[in-house]
Design a protein around this ligand. Structure first.
Ligand code: SF4
Length: 300
């Protein structure tokens, strides 16, 4: 792949690099901002202007921003991307089925290295058999393992569910707590799972840095960090707190459907014009459109 430095970018520290090659095209998925034939020339002009503006901003920008933009430019671009994703994925939500904080906690534990679709196939029977924390605490290990076997890593997951039930009964009256510091002390629940529970079961804003969110945050030039806690902190600084949960859903939707790990569908991407990684995947609209999926994808 070929990169070109935008004009006015003297060195790699401040230089925002964009891929050489064709401009981001319009496709079905990229209906937001899709250029018409009459607007294409103007759009090209706007892109050039934006590139020049970004170049100037980068030359003045502080070190440390992933893309070399000024902080203000980075925040504006990040929030614009989120607005476009909100239009592209109006139905973005947690794709695990649940009706209570405990069910969400259990489903999220089961979703490790497993698709949400598979988890949703297993949980109806599981939730019926284990209706509360006490039921998990007293579960027969072999029986529980057998029931969750389709989700993979079933021995570890069964141990986590039994431990979770016991901890909830011993320390929280059988209820799932609504505080991050309490949640992360529970068996099987790390920071990522805790944020899923907080955001979706308790309406407490949280940024869930799973594999999709981390990958997209780096591709979009929002961070260079790979540690999920650091990525979470960087994203928290770019977006209002009230948007954190939905931002996570939109990024996960986009990562599952379009910005795939191995072959992102750049030519069908609604945020292509704002993405410094445009060209990482096929840019041909027809080729890219074939890569776009319509439902939940791979495991996290
Ligand atoms: S890498 Fe490609 S698919 Fe992913 S956000 Fe950027 S332009 Fe879109």
């Amino acid at each position: 792949m070929t990169y070109v430095a935008l004009p006015g970018r003297p060195g790699p520290r401040t230089g925002l690099l964009v891929r050489a090659g064709p401009s981001p095209p319009a496709t079905t998925l990229s209906r937001v901002n899709a250029p018409t034939s009459s607007s294409r020339g103007a759009a090209t002009g706007r892109r050039a202007t934006a590139a020049r503006t970004a170049a100037v901003a980068a030359a003045d920008g502080p070190p440390g921003t992933a893309s070399g933009e000024t902080r203000t430019a980075l925040v504006r671009r990040a929030r614009r991307i989120d607005r476009i994703l909100a239009e592209a994925y109006p139905d973005a939500r947690c794709e695990l089925d649940f009706t209570s904080p405990l069910e969400l906690a259990v489903a999220t534990i089961l979703s490790a290295q497993c698709t949400d679709v598979r988890v949703n196939q297993v949980t109806p029977g599981l939730f019926a058999r284990y209706p509360d924390a006490a039921a998990y605490a007293a579960a027969d290990r072999a029986g529980l393992e057998e029931q969750i076997r389709p989700t993979g890593f079933f021995r570890n997951k069964a141990a986590s569910l039994i431990g979770l039930g016991q901890a909830l009964c011993e320390h929280h009256g059988g209820q799932v707590p609504a505080r991050l510091e309490d949640l992360v002390r529970l068996p099987g629940i790390g920071r990522k799972t805790a944020n899923v529970i907080l955001g979706n079961a308790f309406d407490v804003p949280g940024i869930t840095v799973d594999t999709h969110v981390g990958r997209l945050a780096r591709r979009l030039g929002w961070t260079v960090e790979t540690d999920p806690v650091k990525v979470e902190a960087e994203l928290a600084g770019l977006f209002p707190r009230r948007d954190w949960t939905m931002l996570s859903h939109r990024l996960i939707f986009h990562g599952r459907r379009c910005c795939h790990s191995r072959k992102p569908a750049c030519g069908a991407c609604p945020v292509a014009r704002l993405c410094p990684s445009y060209g990482l995947g096929p840019t041909d609209p027809e080729l890219a459109a074939r890569l776009v999926t319509t439902g939940p994808g791979g495991a996290e």
